[in-house]
Design a protein around this ligand. Sequence first.
Ligand code: DX5
Ligand code: ZN
Length: 218
Amino acid sequence: MLEISTSILTVEEKSATKTFYDLEVAGTDYYHIDVMDGKFVEKNTEKIMYEYANTIKQISNLPLDVHLMVENIKENIDRYLPLSPSIITFHYEACTSDEEVIKFINYIKGNNIKPAISIKPATSLEKIKKFLPMLHMVLVMTVEPGKGGQKLIPETIEKTKELKKYLKENNLETYIEVDGGVNKDTINMVKEAGVDIAVAGSSIISANNYKQAINELK
Ligand code: DX5
Ligand code: ZN
């Protein structure tokens, strides 16, 4: 069954603790932590996301799904290690070589965390095929990384389907996550593409009833 990872990017600071609690009660499967450094993407969320992740660790045992949209991958992995996230995702485009990609995968794995790579909408699958056997998951960005509340780019669903087909043909059990523009109008496309985890931010956080919003997506 499709799992939902709720992006906490747009959670308001003054009600953050209550929101995190309510999201757990509502049945989110993961908390999706969008770490932005002001370099790989324009926005900088490093401080607030780190605070939020710490708050969540104090009140919930649900897994953290950390999405690093940063240039300095090693520094950010190290910052999140003490919080024992379930998954750490870094961007292929932020790496300078294939050797570096493999180095980060092994570093994350060596710390008993599941490694994942994300690709932006314009990055082709060819670039990451060789890493698939080493990865727990691929995060296919369905919008340009950088902000919440954007529209899903339909071509990225084609890419997701192609990835699913390739994994099947090669007997690989790598999970697929999509991120960006997931809401009740786009969720069927996402499901048809064989996605394992869908990230949803604004469609859940802006809903009056989180439980209803999550159930509708599931
Ligand atoms: C975009 C982030 C996403 C995004 C999801 O850069 O990685 O996690 O905020 O938000 P929605 O669901 O609003 O597109
Ligand atoms: Zn994200």
